[in-house]
Design a protein around this ligand. Structure first.
Ligand code: PLP
Length: 426
């Protein structure tokens, strides 16, 4: 047998290799990049897989490479390949930004190191002397950021129930510049009618920012209802695997000026996301639709079970027909999501502790939106930074337990809850 017979024709460098080697830097072949134009009109599952991603022009890598470089070479003083420094821009981050913007139907996005830094980027758009309206039961970290902005920079904030549209109208002042919406809210799953709030705000020259973390663009697209900004903690559903912290701010369609403002604010504050974390979120996005379907299937089953349980006083899940805003959920959302909270009867701390200690499939942990189910006690965890008075106004009593339903078999989760609730101390 000749030596040549042993040569693997698939290994570049072997004389038998029968492909033409495209030198790095050669523009992508027509066909490689041709999918990009198709993605915006494709179905949601197709968008999740292909948005922002096309074979890498250098070697045809199917997943975008992790461009783990802080800086990029200039060819000469006037020429570079589109990137100069990773805080300002990075090809891996650009792929994720394109994907998130596409899924949200926005003009573009900027990806941040955490969900909190996305919130900070958005708040920094406000001019000095601004007044902001915020949903009363916002995420505790948002409350903390707003209170910090109040004491450090003089931002004036009014917290209110955004479902009460008369109260929203009354709360407006000439200097009101932004309404901060979280719908559904964390942890009480209250909804805000985005379109109605946008109508009020637009007539008064204020922006509406929507934190879309709880539903993801698969289940809710705030720009379709007129929102001016969408914010995400990509730590949650968009990544979906509890192994990254990240965030995104998305500019509305047709608003290039807003895109440039959020991009330069992210660069200025130094809050942009690392290439490696962007890669992981991009990987997570591919299964977003599949995961959201599974989360919702489990959450609906768990909510129905809890609703019928004698030890449960109330269940907060917009998918239940008796949720006070079920009709709004059906009109505004494409599904009900995987988050719910419930209140145990006689919600004393020892009874709450018993539930938390007895559950086996639910991990007691902060965060949400991962494939594994989590349980949290908002009053002492996610919303501990709120004052007791603010928690009381938001309805976050000591008996409230929040569940992030993962993608496990719903029957296992229900059996776990049944065991914990069935053995509560009297
Ligand atoms: N927005 C919501 C609705 C959240 O629940 C969270 C975190 O739990 C954040 C923003 C902040 O995100 P991160 O923890 O990624 O900073």
């Amino acid at each position: 047998m000749s030596d040549e017979a042993h040569l693997d024709p698939n290994v570049p460098g072997n004389p038998a290799y029968h492909f033409t080697i495209v030198p790095p830097g050669t523009p992508a072949r027509a066909g490689w990049a041709s999918r990009a134009g198709l993605v915006p009109s494709a179905g949601l599952a197709t968008q999740c897989v292909h948005a922002g991603v096309q074979p890498d022009p250098a070697y045809g890598a199917v997943m975008p490479p992790i461009y783990q470089s802080s800086t990029f070479a200039f060819r000469d003083l006037c020429t570079n390949a589109g990137y100069d420094y990773t805080r300002s821009g990075n090809p891996t981050r650009a792929a994720l930004e394109e994907a998130i913007a596409l899924l949200e139907g926005g003009q573009g996005a900027t990806c941040t190191s955490t969900g909190m830094s996305a919130i900070v980027v958005a708040l920094n758009l406000l001019p000095r002397g601004s007044h902001l309206l915020c949903t009363v039961d916002c995420y505790g970290g948002t409350f903390r950021a707003l209170e910090h902005a109040r004491s450090a920079y003089g931002l004036d904030v009014t917290y209110l129930d955004l479902a009460d549209l008369d109260a929203v109208r009354d709360a407006f002042r000439p200097e009101t510049r932004m309404v901060w919406v979280e719908t559904p809210s964390n942890p009480m799953l209250r909804l805000t009618d985005i379109r109605a709030v946008v109508e009020i705000a637009r007539a008064r020259g204020a922006l509406v920012a929507v934190d879309n973390t709880f539903l993801s663009p698969v289940l809710q697209r705030p720009f379709e209802h007129g929102a001016d900004l969408v914010v995400h903690s990509t730590t949650k559903y968009l990544n979906g695997h509890s192994d990254v912290v990240g965030g995104a701010v998305v500019a509305p369609p047709g608003n290039l000026a807003m895109l440039q403002r959020i991009q330069s604010m992210n660069n200025l504050l130094g809050t942009s996301q690392s290439p490696h974390d962007c890669f992981l979120v991009l990987r997570g996005l591919k299964t977003l639709l599949l995961r959201m379907r599974a989360h919702e299937l489990g959450a609906a089953a768990v909510a129905r079970f809890l609703e019928a349980h004698p030890a449960v006083a109330r269940v907060h899940y917009p998918g239940l027909p008796n949720h006070p805003q079920h009709a709004l959920a059906c009109a505004q959302q494409r599904g009900f999501g995987g988050m719910l909270s419930f209140e145990i009867r006689d919600g004393r701390r020892d009874r709450v502790d018993h539930v938390l200690a007895t559950l086996r499939w639910f991990t007691l942990a902060e965060s949400l939106g991962g494939v594994e189910s989590l349980v949290a006690h908002p009053a002492s965890m996610t919303h501990a930074s709120m004052t007791p008075e603010a928690r009381r106004r938001a309805g976050i009593t000591d008996g409230v337990i929040r569940l992030s339903i993962g993608i496990e078999d719903p029957a296992d989760l229900i059996a776990d809850l049944d065991r914990a609730l069935g053995s509560l101390p009297a």
